[in-house]
Design a protein. Structure first.
Length: 171
C-alpha cells in the first residue's frame, strides 16, 4: 500500500479514538469542546479526488457521532468542512503559494497561510456544530462565543500536534 494512505488511515483512527475517548469528555467551563479529530480532514492530500475527501469527512464525523451519541452533529459539520476544504485547497493553499503540495501541514506551507486555513475551517466546523446543537436563534451570541472559544482551543491543539508529531521542515 502507498505510504501516504497508511499514514492517513493511522492518523484518522488515532484522532477519532482520541476524540471519542478523551476530548468528548472535556468541557472547559461548559463552553469549550476541542475538536482535534478534524486534523484528519485538514491533512488529507490536496490531490485526492473530491468525492473521496467528502466521503472520508463524512465517515470521520459519522464514527465520532456513533460513539458520542450526538445524532449527526459531527457528521454534518465534518462533511461541511470536507466540502469547503476542497474549495480552500484550490483557492488558498495552492494559488496563493504558487506551489503544489501533497499534504497541507505546517511544514509544507507558510505559517500564516496554514493558520488561516486551519482557523477558517475549524470555525466553520465549530459554528455549524453549535448551531445544530442549540437550534435556537435566540442563543446566537452564546453559539458564537462557544464557536470562537472552541476554535481557539482546537487551533492550539492542532498547532501543538503539528510541532510535536509531524517532523521538521524539509529544506
Amino acid at each position: 500500500m502507498n505510504r501516504l494512505v497508511i499514514q492517513n488511515v493511522i492518523r484518522g483512527l488515532v484522532l477519532i479514538f482520541f476524540q471519542v475517548m478523551v476530548l468528548n469528555n472535556i468541557y472547559l467551563g461548559g463552553y469549550v469542546n476541542p475538536f482535534l479529530y478534524i486534523l484528519f480532514i485538514l491533512m488529507l492530500p490536496v490531490g485526492m479526488p473530491k468525492a473521496a475527501l467528502i466521503f472520508l469527512s463524512f465517515l470521520a464525523g459519522f464514527f465520532v457521532d456513533l460513539f458520542s451519541s450526538t445524532l449527526g452533529m459531527h457528521t454534518f459539520s465534518a462533511t461541511l468542512i470536507g466540502f469547503l476544504r476542497v474549495v480552500l485547497a484550490d483557492n488558498i493553499l495552492t494559488k496563493r503559494e504558487k506551489i503544489m503540495i501533497d499534504v497541507p501541514s505546517i511544514k509544507n506551507i507558510p505559517f500564516s497561510t496554514y493558520t488561516a486555513y486551519v482557523v477558517l475551517l475549524t470555525f466553520v466546523y465549530s459554528l455549524s456544530y453549535y448551531i445544530i446543537e442549540s437550534f435556537l436563534i435566540s442563543d446566537m451570541l452564546l453559539i458564537i462565543i462557544r464557536a470562537v472559544l472552541s476554535t481557539a482551543v482546537t487551533y492550539l491543539m492542532i498547532i501543538s500536534c503539528e510541532f510535536l508529531f509531524m517532523g521538521r521542515k524539509k529544506k
